[in-house]
Design a protein around this ligand. Sequence first.
Ligand code: MN
Length: 489
Amino acid sequence: RKSGEPYITHPIAVARICTEEIGLGATSIACALLHDTVEDTDVTLEDIDRIFGRREKRIIDGLTKISGAFDLSTSDQAENFRKMILTLPDDVRVIFIKLADRLHNMRTLESMRADKQRKIASETLFLYAPLAHRLGLNAVKTELEDLSLKYTEPEAYEEISTKLRKSQEIRARFINQFIAPLKKELDKTGLKYSIKGRPKSIYSIYNKIKKKKVTFEEIYDLFAVRIILDSKLENEKTDSWRVYSVVTDFYRPNPDRLRDWITNPRSNGYESLHTTVMSPTGKWVEIQIRSERMDEIAEKGMAAHWKYKDSKKKIENKFDAWINKIRDLVENKETDTLDFIDDFKLNLYAEEIYVFTPNGDLKTLPKDATALDFAFDIHGDIGKKCIGAKINHKLVPLSHQLSSGDQVEIITSNKQVPKEAWLDFVVTSKARSNIKQSLKEEVKKIAEDGKATLKRKLSALKVNYTDKNVSHLLKMYDFKTPLDLNYQI
Ligand code: MN
């Protein structure tokens, strides 16, 4: 490697991340050890198939294809990214191993050339960290973000990490004071638990400073207190609410910030009970209450689920639903690829709300989703013909923003056609790409008529409709493409 270490240290490190930090099993370990062989040596996929097996061959094939994706120009990169997403449904382990590979490369980025460091770091921030988030790999995501910041904004990174180190003691004192009375009371309940205060990551502090225009001193003591219960599976929920009750006996909760992700887990599998309470010093503190099982899932994500049989089915269904949404998008070939990536990223980071169909089916949508997003989520054709909605039996416009718990009924009309203005208020990529595609089709249809008119006029003047003549017209009227010209006609 560039660092001077023997190459084998890399595949071994990637395999260790797969098992120790993501919780994957034997097949993934084997594939992690082999992940660069087909790309960098004479070993072929057939060799892998013969020596190891079908599954290993498929995973290595996926890994080899992905790694080719980022060596090309920007637009090809986009197209290759799309191809990579298409490999997602086959075997999600490909993505896990790729993330482990990227994590190790980020940890050892020190020995690369400065320009390469920046390129790899921005790629990581752009694609890999959101992907890790979506798969519920919180620890991996946080580390990828912090490491990326270190190379893309070295000065900001240095400043925040130094300040964090220096303020460690004050923070620890504040956390201890805050949790002391809770501990006393929780001990009386007989519940088995552990409690810890976690500071925010460097990257999330950096983001807050940038987006909210605040100083480090205003936010450095923001942190979450996590109470982790050692409960039996059947008692998890009841025990979590008992802890909630104790916490809110001491500190006043913000009623808008109660989140019950135990009853309705997020689509990446995250389960936890969250509340935000007012501390005696006048600062809001987020409290996360969860069982050991939920905590492992929160840190390690999807892979950890597979250890717990009971939740396996539930989570796989949610994951499949997400993959299918992405697949719908990717298979919509009309969508411009760069647009697609923007929309896709929107989906990766979105917070979620839960709403219901008139029959009581639960739908998960990103925060700020509107009635129109809901319509498109049900079906593209319902979205395109949507003229309004009833929320909890009250009539609302298409742009109405949904809240968790809403029951939504969509009203359609055959006369409706998608409007450009709709793009101003839809947030889901499914709605956006559907609307954009319909608008393009509409333009094409009008341009077809324009073209026929133009041909008629030209032939009346005894002029042929040839490429040469069309390009004269384009120049004359200052249009970029024949489509623009025909549409304006
Ligand atoms: Mn590698």
